[in-house]
Design a protein around this ligand. Structure first.
Ligand code: KIV
Ligand code: NA
Length: 267
Protein backbone atom coordinates (compact mmCIF):
# COMPACT_ATOMS: atom_id res chain seq x y z
CA UNK A 1 0.00 0.00 0.00
CA UNK A 2 1.21 3.51 -0.84
CA UNK A 3 2.73 5.61 1.92
CA UNK A 4 0.32 7.98 3.62
CA UNK A 5 1.02 11.63 2.85
CA UNK A 6 -0.72 14.88 3.82
CA UNK A 7 -2.70 14.65 0.56
CA UNK A 8 -4.27 11.41 1.87
CA UNK A 9 -5.78 13.32 4.80
CA UNK A 10 -7.52 15.86 2.56
CA UNK A 11 -8.68 13.19 0.11
CA UNK A 12 -10.04 11.06 2.94
CA UNK A 13 -12.15 13.95 4.18
CA UNK A 14 -13.38 14.76 0.68
CA UNK A 15 -14.28 11.11 0.04
CA UNK A 16 -15.84 10.51 3.45
CA UNK A 17 -13.21 7.90 4.40
CA UNK A 18 -12.50 7.97 8.15
CA UNK A 19 -8.87 8.42 9.22
CA UNK A 20 -7.32 6.30 11.98
CA UNK A 21 -4.50 7.24 14.33
CA UNK A 22 -2.84 5.84 17.43
CA UNK A 23 0.00 7.08 19.55
CA UNK A 24 3.22 5.05 19.48
CA UNK A 25 6.51 5.48 21.30
CA UNK A 26 8.55 2.42 20.29
CA UNK A 27 9.50 0.09 17.47
CA UNK A 28 7.23 -2.86 18.30
CA UNK A 29 3.97 -0.97 18.55
CA UNK A 30 4.88 1.16 15.53
CA UNK A 31 5.44 -1.92 13.37
CA UNK A 32 2.24 -3.62 14.62
CA UNK A 33 0.01 -0.56 14.14
CA UNK A 34 1.54 0.18 10.74
CA UNK A 35 1.01 -3.40 9.53
CA UNK A 36 -2.60 -3.25 10.77
CA UNK A 37 -3.26 -0.29 8.47
CA UNK A 38 -3.45 2.58 10.94
CA UNK A 39 -3.05 5.77 8.86
CA UNK A 40 -0.93 7.84 11.20
CA UNK A 41 1.12 7.32 14.34
CA UNK A 42 1.55 10.17 16.80
CA UNK A 43 4.68 10.18 18.92
CA UNK A 44 2.77 12.12 21.55
CA UNK A 45 4.17 13.94 24.51
CA UNK A 46 1.67 11.69 26.29
CA UNK A 47 4.88 9.62 26.50
CA UNK A 48 5.41 11.71 29.64
CA UNK A 49 2.56 9.79 31.25
CA UNK A 50 2.63 6.52 29.34
CA UNK A 51 6.38 5.87 29.19
CA UNK A 52 8.31 8.24 31.43
CA UNK A 53 6.11 8.14 34.53
CA UNK A 54 5.35 11.86 34.84
CA UNK A 55 2.01 13.18 36.13
CA UNK A 56 1.55 15.60 33.23
CA UNK A 57 3.04 16.37 29.82
CA UNK A 58 4.53 19.63 31.10
CA UNK A 59 8.04 18.34 31.96
CA UNK A 60 8.55 16.42 28.70
CA UNK A 61 11.50 17.69 26.65
CA UNK A 62 12.58 17.60 23.03
CA UNK A 63 15.58 15.49 24.08
CA UNK A 64 13.24 12.88 25.53
CA UNK A 65 10.91 12.71 22.53
CA UNK A 66 13.50 12.62 19.76
CA UNK A 67 14.69 9.04 20.35
CA UNK A 68 11.08 7.83 20.60
CA UNK A 69 10.13 9.58 17.36
CA UNK A 70 13.17 8.08 15.65
CA UNK A 71 12.18 4.59 16.82
CA UNK A 72 8.66 4.98 15.46
CA UNK A 73 9.64 6.63 12.18
CA UNK A 74 12.18 3.94 11.41
CA UNK A 75 9.65 1.15 12.08
CA UNK A 76 6.84 2.04 9.66
CA UNK A 77 6.37 1.40 5.96
CA UNK A 78 3.04 3.03 5.21
CA UNK A 79 1.87 5.05 8.21
CA UNK A 80 2.40 8.82 8.44
CA UNK A 81 4.43 9.70 11.54
CA UNK A 82 3.66 12.88 13.48
CA UNK A 83 5.99 14.07 16.26
CA UNK A 84 4.60 16.19 19.09
CA UNK A 85 6.42 19.41 19.98
CA UNK A 86 6.69 19.37 23.79
CA UNK A 87 5.73 22.21 26.10
CA UNK A 88 8.29 25.02 26.05
CA UNK A 89 9.69 24.16 22.63
CA UNK A 90 7.50 26.43 20.45
CA UNK A 91 5.52 28.95 22.56
CA UNK A 92 8.23 31.63 22.60
CA UNK A 93 7.69 32.40 18.95
CA UNK A 94 7.72 31.33 15.34
CA UNK A 95 11.51 31.02 15.14
CA UNK A 96 11.63 28.77 18.21
CA UNK A 97 8.84 26.62 16.79
CA UNK A 98 10.64 26.32 13.47
CA UNK A 99 13.93 25.46 15.17
CA UNK A 100 12.31 22.65 17.14
CA UNK A 101 10.33 21.37 14.16
CA UNK A 102 13.51 21.24 12.06
CA UNK A 103 15.24 19.19 14.76
CA UNK A 104 12.44 16.61 14.73
CA UNK A 105 12.47 16.41 10.94
CA UNK A 106 16.24 16.07 10.62
CA UNK A 107 16.90 13.86 13.63
CA UNK A 108 13.93 11.47 13.65
CA UNK A 109 12.52 10.88 10.16
CA UNK A 110 9.03 11.95 11.27
CA UNK A 111 6.82 13.28 8.47
CA UNK A 112 5.12 16.12 10.35
CA UNK A 113 4.91 17.82 13.71
CA UNK A 114 1.99 18.60 16.01
CA UNK A 115 1.69 21.54 18.37
CA UNK A 116 -1.04 22.73 20.71
CA UNK A 117 -3.09 25.91 20.47
CA UNK A 118 -5.44 27.62 18.02
CA UNK A 119 -5.26 31.39 17.50
CA UNK A 120 -2.39 31.64 19.98
CA UNK A 121 -0.22 29.30 17.88
CA UNK A 122 -1.18 30.52 14.40
CA UNK A 123 2.07 32.40 13.72
CA UNK A 124 4.09 29.34 14.76
CA UNK A 125 2.06 27.05 12.50
CA UNK A 126 2.42 29.41 9.53
CA UNK A 127 6.20 29.68 9.94
CA UNK A 128 6.74 25.91 10.25
CA UNK A 129 4.50 25.17 7.24
CA UNK A 130 6.20 27.87 5.18
CA UNK A 131 9.51 26.10 5.79
CA UNK A 132 8.09 22.90 4.27
CA UNK A 133 7.08 20.99 7.40
CA UNK A 134 3.47 19.79 7.66
CA UNK A 135 1.73 20.74 10.91
CA UNK A 136 -1.10 18.93 12.66
CA UNK A 137 -2.84 21.39 14.99
CA UNK A 138 -4.45 20.50 18.34
CA UNK A 139 -7.29 22.45 19.95
CA UNK A 140 -10.05 21.92 22.52
CA UNK A 141 -8.47 20.43 25.63
CA UNK A 142 -4.73 20.94 25.30
CA UNK A 143 -2.92 18.93 28.00
CA UNK A 144 0.16 21.17 28.08
CA UNK A 145 -2.13 23.95 29.43
CA UNK A 146 -3.88 21.79 31.98
CA UNK A 147 -2.85 24.00 34.89
CA UNK A 148 -4.42 27.07 33.27
CA UNK A 149 -7.48 25.07 32.17
CA UNK A 150 -7.95 23.71 35.69
CA UNK A 151 -7.41 20.02 34.95
CA UNK A 152 -8.72 17.60 32.35
CA UNK A 153 -11.88 19.44 31.39
CA UNK A 154 -14.20 19.33 28.41
CA UNK A 155 -13.73 22.43 26.21
CA UNK A 156 -16.06 24.01 23.66
CA UNK A 157 -19.25 23.94 25.73
CA UNK A 158 -21.71 26.86 25.48
CA UNK A 159 -19.89 29.99 24.33
CA UNK A 160 -16.78 27.86 24.14
CA UNK A 161 -18.14 26.40 20.89
CA UNK A 162 -17.50 29.74 19.16
CA UNK A 163 -13.99 29.88 20.63
CA UNK A 164 -13.35 26.37 19.33
CA UNK A 165 -14.52 27.31 15.83
CA UNK A 166 -12.37 30.47 15.86
CA UNK A 167 -9.35 28.37 16.83
CA UNK A 168 -10.13 25.81 14.13
CA UNK A 169 -10.43 28.45 11.42
CA UNK A 170 -7.18 30.07 12.60
CA UNK A 171 -5.16 26.86 12.32
CA UNK A 172 -6.65 26.06 8.92
CA UNK A 173 -5.79 29.57 7.70
CA UNK A 174 -2.27 29.18 9.11
CA UNK A 175 -1.77 26.12 6.92
CA UNK A 176 -2.27 23.10 9.20
CA UNK A 177 -3.11 19.93 7.22
CA UNK A 178 -5.33 18.49 9.97
CA UNK A 179 -6.52 19.44 13.45
CA UNK A 180 -6.96 17.34 16.57
CA UNK A 181 -10.08 18.15 18.62
CA UNK A 182 -9.63 16.85 22.15
CA UNK A 183 -12.44 16.46 24.72
CA UNK A 184 -15.19 18.55 23.14
CA UNK A 185 -18.92 17.90 22.85
CA UNK A 186 -19.98 16.09 19.68
CA UNK A 187 -22.07 18.98 18.38
CA UNK A 188 -19.22 21.49 18.68
CA UNK A 189 -16.97 19.03 16.84
CA UNK A 190 -19.57 18.53 14.12
CA UNK A 191 -19.83 22.28 13.55
CA UNK A 192 -16.04 22.60 13.22
CA UNK A 193 -15.83 19.56 10.94
CA UNK A 194 -18.50 20.94 8.61
CA UNK A 195 -16.81 24.35 8.37
CA UNK A 196 -13.26 23.18 7.70
CA UNK A 197 -11.64 21.93 4.53
CA UNK A 198 -8.90 20.15 6.49
CA UNK A 199 -9.86 16.99 8.40
CA UNK A 200 -10.69 16.99 12.09
CA UNK A 201 -9.23 14.19 14.20
CA UNK A 202 -11.21 13.48 17.34
CA UNK A 203 -9.88 12.42 20.73
CA UNK A 204 -13.04 12.41 22.79
CA UNK A 205 -14.90 14.53 20.22
CA UNK A 206 -17.70 12.14 19.26
CA UNK A 207 -18.51 10.58 15.89
CA UNK A 208 -18.98 13.66 13.67
CA UNK A 209 -15.30 14.17 12.89
CA UNK A 210 -13.08 12.98 10.04
CA UNK A 211 -10.87 10.63 12.04
CA UNK A 212 -10.20 9.13 15.45
CA UNK A 213 -7.03 9.06 17.52
CA UNK A 214 -6.37 7.26 20.81
CA UNK A 215 -3.47 6.88 23.19
CA UNK A 216 -2.40 3.30 22.54
CA UNK A 217 -1.86 2.31 26.17
CA UNK A 218 -5.47 3.36 26.83
CA UNK A 219 -7.09 1.62 23.85
CA UNK A 220 -5.17 -1.61 24.52
CA UNK A 221 -5.77 -1.61 28.27
CA UNK A 222 -2.13 -1.34 29.34
CA UNK A 223 -2.39 1.83 31.42
CA UNK A 224 -3.51 1.50 35.03
CA UNK A 225 -6.02 3.68 36.83
CA UNK A 226 -9.01 5.48 35.40
CA UNK A 227 -9.30 6.19 31.71
CA UNK A 228 -11.39 9.02 30.26
CA UNK A 229 -15.02 8.43 29.23
CA UNK A 230 -14.17 8.46 25.53
CA UNK A 231 -11.72 5.54 25.73
CA UNK A 232 -12.89 2.17 24.50
CA UNK A 233 -10.68 -0.65 25.76
CA UNK A 234 -10.04 -3.07 22.89
CA UNK A 235 -7.79 -5.38 24.90
CA UNK A 236 -6.63 -6.04 28.44
CA UNK A 237 -2.86 -5.97 28.02
CA UNK A 238 -2.43 -5.18 31.68
CA UNK A 239 -4.27 -8.37 32.58
CA UNK A 240 -2.37 -10.41 29.98
CA UNK A 241 1.01 -9.16 31.24
CA UNK A 242 0.04 -9.61 34.86
CA UNK A 243 -0.89 -13.25 34.20
CA UNK A 244 2.32 -13.83 32.24
CA UNK A 245 4.62 -12.31 34.83
CA UNK A 246 2.87 -14.17 37.64
CA UNK A 247 3.24 -17.48 35.78
CA UNK A 248 6.95 -16.75 35.20
CA UNK A 249 7.57 -15.98 38.85
CA UNK A 250 5.70 -19.10 39.98
CA UNK A 251 7.58 -21.30 37.47
CA UNK A 252 10.96 -20.01 38.60
CA UNK A 253 10.11 -20.34 42.27
CA UNK A 254 8.84 -23.91 41.69
CA UNK A 255 11.84 -24.90 39.55
CA UNK A 256 9.53 -25.49 36.54
CA UNK A 257 11.43 -23.02 34.37
CA UNK A 258 13.75 -23.60 32.63
CA UNK A 259 12.68 -27.02 31.35
CA UNK A 260 14.95 -29.34 29.33
CA UNK A 261 13.82 -27.79 26.01
CA UNK A 262 15.19 -24.44 27.15
CA UNK A 263 18.65 -25.81 27.93
CA UNK A 264 21.64 -25.84 25.58
CA UNK A 265 22.96 -29.34 25.03
CA UNK A 266 26.67 -30.06 25.64
CA UNK A 267 27.30 -30.59 21.90
O1 KIV B 1 0.31 13.38 23.23
C1 KIV B 1 -0.75 12.84 22.82
O2 KIV B 1 -0.95 11.61 22.90
C2 KIV B 1 -1.75 13.70 22.18
C3 KIV B 1 -3.06 13.13 21.78
C4 KIV B 1 -3.83 12.58 22.92
C5 KIV B 1 -3.87 14.12 21.03
O3 KIV B 1 -1.46 14.86 21.99
NA1 NA C 1 0.33 15.63 23.02
Amino acid sequence: KAKVRTRHFLEAKRNGVRITGLTSYDTNTAAIFDAAGIDFLLVGDSAGNTVLGYDTTVPVTTEELIPLARAVASSVRRAFVVADLPFGSYEIGAEQALGTAIRFMKETGAHAVKLEGGRRSATQIARVVEAGIPVMAHIGFTPQSEHRLGGHRVQGRGAGADELLADALAVEDAGAFAVVLEMVPSEAARRVTERLTIPTIGVGAGPHVDGQLMVWTDFAGLSGGRVPRFVKRYADLRGVLTDAVTAFREDVEAGAYPAPEHEYPEA
